[in-house]
Design a protein around this ligand. Structure first.
Ligand code: HEC
Length: 148
């Protein structure tokens, strides 16, 4: 009986578990810990440029041309509805993991954010997130990354 053969088999379940964990970490198609050689962040400058265009056409009317949010976005109106929040790093956006932000954009929310999954493709939605994140100072970006 070859003992070294048995040693390899014993480790196999562990390597399978690690593979599954790795797959889960990348389940959204992007790895937030990835560092592009140019931007040093998860996205490429091409995605940022694409996102800028998509944002100005679809999102700027509510969130502002520079993603600065509506006026007094922290204050609800008489109906209890809040203005669109900023997405440029000055609001709460960076508190939320990638998956959650992408979900808000794809499916919308019941507090005034429309759903985009029938209008924009997944790569287009990701590009808007790239453009948003490109406004975040390094400190905010690192803090956001640490929440994953
Ligand atoms: C009709 C106005 C409107 C348009 C157009 C709009 N949004 Fe929003 N968006 C909102 C409102 C209002 C909220 C806050 C919703 C809530 O609190 O549930 C929001 C929330 C969000 C959030 C979550 C922010 C957070 O801090 O969690 C993201 C991300 C977002 N919008 C991105 C986009 C993108 C990208 C587009 C364009 C594809 C877009 N929005 C278009 C009104 C809009």
């Amino acid at each position: 009986m070859n003992m070294s053969h048995w040693k390899i088999s014993a480790y196999q379940p562990i390597s399978i578990i690690f593979s599954v964990l790795l797959l889960q970490a990348c389940a959204d198609g992007i790895d937030v810990k990835y560092r592009d050689t140019e931007t040093n962040r998860w996205y490429s400058s091409t995605q940022v440029a694409q996102g800028k265009q998509i944002f100005s056409e679809n999102c700027a009317s509510c969130h502002g041309g520079a993603a600065q949010g509506g006026n007094n976005w922290r204050v609800a109106n008489k109906a209890g509805v809040y203005p669109p929040p900023p997405l440029n790093g000055t609001g709460h956006t960076w508190h939320h993991p990638f998956k959650m932000l992408k979900d808000s954009i794809s499916n919308g929310t019941d507090r005034g954010m429309p759903a985009w999954k029938d209008t924009l493709t997944e790569p287009q939605i990701e590009a808007t997130l790239a453009w948003m994140a490109s406004h975040w100072p390094d400190k905010i970006y690192e803090a956001w990354q640490g929440r994953h």
